[in-house]
Design a protein around this ligand. Structure first.
Ligand SMILES: [Zn+2]
Length: 104
C-alpha cells in the first residue's frame, strides 16, 4: 500500500512505516476489493456472468488495475456483451498509453 502522504510503500498496516499516517481505511478498502475480485472469479467459475460483471466492475471502481480490467473484460465477453468488452479493452489501452507517457 502506497502512503498518500509520503509515498512510502507499506506491505502492512495500519500505520505508514515512515510518516505514521493512519492507513487503516485504505487497507480495509483494499481488503473489500480483494473479496469483490474473489467473488467475481467465483461467479465466473459458476457461469453467473452478469453477477461476475457487477462484482468485477465494483472491484475495478474501488481501484482499477490490469487484473480487475481483465476480469471485467472476460465477464463481459462471457455474458456475450461484446461492446462492453471492447470498451474495457479501449479503457485498458488508454491507461497503458497514459502510463507510457508518464514513464517517458
Ligand atoms: Zn507515509
Amino acid at each position: 500500500m502506497r502512503c498518500p502522504v509520503c509515498k512510502a510503500d507499506n506491505p502492512q498496516g495500519p500505520q505508514c512505516r515512515r510518516c505514521k499516517a493512519d492507513l487503516s481505511l485504505l487497507f480495509a478498502l483494499e481488503e473489500q476489493r480483494q473479496q469483490t475480485l474473489a467473488e467475481a472469479r467465483r461467479c465466473l467459475r459458476h457461469g453467473e456472468w452478469q453477477a461476475a460483471v457487477k462484482h468485477a466492475e465494483t472491484a475495478n471502481w474501488l481501484r482499477g488495475d490490469e487484473e480487475s480490467q481483465q476480469l471485467v473484460a472476460v465477464a463481459h465477453l462471457l455474458s456475450r456483451d461484446f461492446a462492453g468488452a471492447w470498451r474495457c479493452y479501449q479503457s485498458w489501452r488508454a491507461t497503458r498509453r497514459i502510463g507510457c507517457i508518464v514513464l517517458l
